[in-house]
Design a protein around this ligand. Sequence first.
Ligand code: AGP
Length: 598
Amino acid sequence: MCGIIGYIGIDHVEKYLIEGLKKMEYRGYDSAGICVKDDYLDVVKKSGGIANLEKALLDRKFSGNTGIGHTRWATHGAPNDLNAHPHLSFQSDIAVVHNGIIENYATLKRFLLEKGVRFSSQTDSEVLAHLIESFYTGNLEEAVSKALQNVDGTYGLAVLHRHENKIIAARKGSPLILGIGDSMMMVASDAVPLLDHTNKVIYLEDNDLAVLTRNQYDIMKINGRKVRREIEEIQWNISQIEKRGFKHFMLKEIYEQPEAMRNTLRGRIKGDTIKLSVNFDAEKLNRIVITACGTSWHSALIGKYFMEEILQLPVEVDYASEFRYRTTALAKDDLFIVISQSGETADTLAALRKAKSLGCQTLGIVNVVGSSIARETESGIYLHAGPEIGVASTKAFLCQITSLMLLALAIQQAKGKTISSRMINELEILPEKIQEIIANEKQLRVLAYRLQNATNFLYLGRGVNFPVALEGALKLKEISTIHAEGYPAAEMKHGPIALIDASMPVVFIAPEGKILTKILSNMEEVKARQGQILTITDSQNPKLQELSDHIFMVPKTLEIFTPFLTTVPLQILAYYIADMKGINVDKPRNLAKSVTVE
Ligand code: AGP
């Protein structure tokens, strides 16, 4: 997820651009850049945060009052100066800033290379600058319209031409908002950077294209048909909007999960075929080893259940910190997978380097593009979840298990086996089911209120929901400082049952399934010791209803897919318990977003 901004007016433009980018840095901070339209397009762009860009601008003077800017969350191409936006066209007549993913950029790039265009970056976005230029015959909006009709994917973009005093803005799948001012117009990825200058905005809709001049705006569909869009007045203040009205980034990221999961899936399922470019020899694959830390280790455990069920292959999961010091027997035909949201966790990186020294094939499942782990693995799957700011991982976890499911299906396909279209169809509608859960968050707020004073929690699950029990316990303990343990439900009898009394909430993750009756026995054992039971389930089983003190229902899905749904209420429960305890959920005690130390 990146932040883009544009200004056309009567003032010097750079202050609008820089201040605006600063207010969108939470959308991405890999690199930043601006383009000011003088008698040429003057571009300054730097890797790193906005502060690096400001240093580069110290000795620069601009006279223009039209410009665009960008702060990047890398999706294609490492976060360096060359890959930073704005991108210039081959003749340097056009500048583009883009937020989104151009799925057919490789095809477009080949077409442009054959026309003699030379590229300067590894990004998909640069294609847009050259493509628009290839259609330009004197009218910028026409050229942008023709170019976008050849693009598959998502975009929020702003475009300048060195000889035209206007900004063209267009969106499909990535947000874009116009700011309507006096003798000035702005465009931005969200409302934050506009609020200093106007509270009159227009939310562009998918396939809208806007032409902005100093005193006027025109909006049309990309096929040229003019449309009218209402001007709305924003009531929020800036501090709220940075989190788009959410009190914490963690809650915002929980809410973003349906869209984040769609972004992970986007372009990777075509009909009943998985389109995942991972270069390892699936035919010879005998064993899979997955290492990670924390929440990513929990997603690895879920991946184990996915792969063993779908591939009938042995899958070993290990803490990265343990793997790196263990004497291990890795064969060159093993597939070694590392999972890391940040791509910089020291133990996970060390485990990867050890595996590479043992000669086996490596694959990274990473969110941060161009991170160390992304660069050092032979192949990989980017989550495309957008920046995850909250220390407690939520949307990244969901996108990690999405990626693991896609990988399992891709390996099954590479082995010449047919993929179940029922699984594919269900996978694609899971985001809507997650949305249903989020819509019922009020019930979880009530549960959080009732359980917030407990000092110990036990989370119990079986099978593919055992790692969900671990993840639910980690979410609670890392942000609320309440002690919580996750266990396989059957293991309760081998120790933890000694802890159970009326003051200890026991959270059962108990969806309908082949082992529900076994979980009901565990619930009986807890009930017999006055334990309080909260059950996360999709089952109307009368015994389950009778034994549970609190129930939160999730939509039904295939049993193997239940973690996609059972995890979400546990994230929300942990969030509200911590928030009710007055804790800064985004910066919990003693924790950092990325543990780059051993
Ligand atoms: C999870 O909520 C924690 N923030 C932590 O356990 C995290 O998952 C772990 O440090 C691994 O981080 P990574 O995914 O960036 O490697």
